[in-house]
Design a protein around this ligand. Structure first.
Ligand code: ZN
Length: 166
């Protein structure tokens, strides 16, 4: 297991489409281990493979208080959506910024585990929102793309400042 670097906006790799997983092998298990370790090190609740430069449809979430319940979703598909709300989201790939996004507040999801076995879950509230956010990454979509013009300009200005020599 290793804590991996998280790609940050405006890295173009974050806009690539992620491929479905078709090999349920040691490489997949390593990706999931690294995702979980990186998620826990960042004290966040969700992380997906494209954020650590693995262009595959794999995500992990852990909504426990003590980082004791990480869950991996491979090739997730949302099969039902219910209730919609405007939610303020943050993203480890867009540090220091947030954006308001319309999300379903309850979803049913079908996915595969590390062995390729299919499972189904019903998620509500924060876990439902988190899963939709992570799945946006598979389509190359970021909360930065949903920010208004003013916020994006502030983000670019902040990035520009950190790139200049001190
Ligand atoms: Zn994100």
């Amino acid at each position: 297991m290793a804590v991996r670097d998280i790609l940050e906006y405006p890295d173009p790799r974050l806009h690539e489409l992620s491929c479905p997983v078709d090999h349920f092998d040691d490489a997949l298990a390593r990706t999931v281990d690294d995702l979980i370790e990186t998620l826990h090190a960042s004290a966040s609740i969700g992380l997906c493979a494209p954020q650590i430069d693995v262009c595959e449809q794999v995500l992990v979430m852990d909504h426990s208080e003590d980082q004791s319940a990480p869950e991996a979703y491979v090739n997730p598909v949302i099969t039902r959506r219910r209730g919609f709300g405007l939610v303020e989201e943050r993203c480890l790939s867009v540090p220091g910024m947030s954006a308001f996004v319309f999300r379903a507040t309850a979803i049913a999801v079908r996915a595969q585990d590390l062995t390729g076995a299919t499972f189904e879950r019903t998620l509500t509230g924060m876990p439902a929102v988190c899963l939709q956010h992570e799945m946006d990454h598979f389509d190359g979509k970021l909360v930065a793309d949903r920010m208004n013009w003013f916020k994006r300009r502030r983000l670019r200005a902040a990035l520009h400042k950190t790139e200049e020599p001190a």
